[in-house]
Design a protein around this ligand. Sequence first.
Ligand SMILES: *Cc1c(COP(=O)(O)O)cnc(C)c1O
Length: 588
Amino acid sequence: MNSAEREAVVDLAAIRHNVRRLIKVAEPAKVMAVVKADGYGHGAVPVARAAVEAGAAWLGVAHIPEGIALREAGIEAPILAWLHTPSSDFGAGIEAGLDLGVSGWELELIAAAAEKSARPARVHLKIDTGLGRNGCPPDRWEAFIGQALEYQEEGLLRVVGIFSHLAVADEPQRPETDEQIERFREAVAVATDAGVDVEVRHLANSPGTLSRPDTHFDLVRTGIALYGLSPFEDQTSAELRLRPAMTLRTKIAHCKEMPAEHGVSYGLSYRTPAPTTLALVPVGYGDGIPRIASGGPVTVDGRTYPVVGRIAMDQMVIDLGAAGIAGTEQSVLGHEAVLFGPGDDGEESVDAWAKAAGTINYEIVTRISPRIPRRYVDSDVPDDGNDAVAPAWEIEIETSGAEQTQALAARLGEQLAAGDLLVLTGELGAGKTTFTQGLGAGMGVREGIISPTFVLVRIHPNLRTGPDLVHVDAYRLGSAAEIDDIDLENTMDSTVTVVEWGRDRVEHLAGSRLEISMVRSVGGAGEPEASGRGSILAAAGKGPISDTGDDDAVVLDFDDEDDDERRRIRIAGFGPRWAAEKPALEVD
Ligand SMILES: *Cc1c(COP(=O)(O)O)cnc(C)c1O
């Protein structure tokens, strides 16, 4: 039991849970935990520590001083700061070992600061792919890259990343995101052609991370989801399997019976409709609750009451009458009053307050003022199924070109059985369909596997005695509920089911599954990987697979010119089926 009068309780276990969730959603891309604006009001340092503990590879802030504060707290993870003015102290940023986002004019000042510090700056070049805020306009991109490379040759900086920011990812169907992805790809290509050795390409924010796997690239920058809040109007935290981290609670400061027709708070805009009991909640706009949010919910003793009358600087009033304790002479003086929290004890969500204020959940938590003390706890976050399950094994293989990818997949296909579920992840062009073609060949199903887009499900009959192959595109299917509508369960037991874009949508269909994620390796041809993001493991047992040389007349989803482009393919086995068996993937 605690007796704090007013506090924002921040559950670091929830932050860790959300980070693990985001890592899983973004895999194989890495996660940057965005802790700008004092960790969206949750406290940047404790949140950053928890996020790094849970596996976040990067931290993100807007301003250089926000990054320096993390360094001063002893945090050593890579930190990117992306919003500057000509008065920014780039030298201090460089000396603190921050990575700097650059949109144009900053480059010269950063180069000068680097020269002075005798330490090369690490920069991420930002392209404006459509948001219309920061970022280099596409028509100046090539010149910008050229300038950055000149400074790089002089040893003043190193181009580490290329990035951009999404405008409408909270509405996943909007076509502007496709356009942004396309422009981003073009910008990366221009940079690569000019000789930039790009370590990290990053585009996605929380909504992109959660709804558009094709925005993931190498790194996702997640803010709101880290705090357990939904970036979507029509999806709750629970539906996204996120856990809200902040609870705003206080104690009732006064409680009294009132006659009918009594005015309440400044302006007397509320009048008690009948004799009732009013309770005073000692939180107001001076604590960051928007004044406009009259009607917002406060939960006392498991019941929720709307705020009546105007919200003042220090306080607000709830009317206990309608549902409450009027006439019972009971008092709630000193009882706990919760404005929002994760919902375990019937309290409302941040979203309910956002709705009352006509704003978004981001603004509600970010504006909770320092006048409300933060308290950090580590709750027992309830486990939710899949997150807790680690793979029985993982294999990571690099292939060079479509033939090798298909040979690897064919080898796997030979070992599949009816009832097997495979979940394929990877951006467009990563080779998911190519991989499925190989699987089909290994299984002996009829040829003609193509990308299933627009036809959601295709069945390829087995020409031998084995199971048929059911090939599904879950990209246009939003949720697990929509997946259930297509009734895969009917066919699953008797077929091998391969779902593209299936991560987090189909796991509930089977007790075991293989997760296959594919990424195009970036960097120069022949360089296994420029980023140092993890080593390449050899296939189970033997070294890199060899070429079967037999793939005529198949449709490839690799770009033809990039036919020998390298892919990293990670295969992970989950559940009892794969705990008992690890496929042999060497090809001879
Ligand atoms: C704030 C911010 C993010 C995080 O956005 P969320 O929607 O909170 O995930 C990512 N990138 C940039 C550049 C940002 O400014």
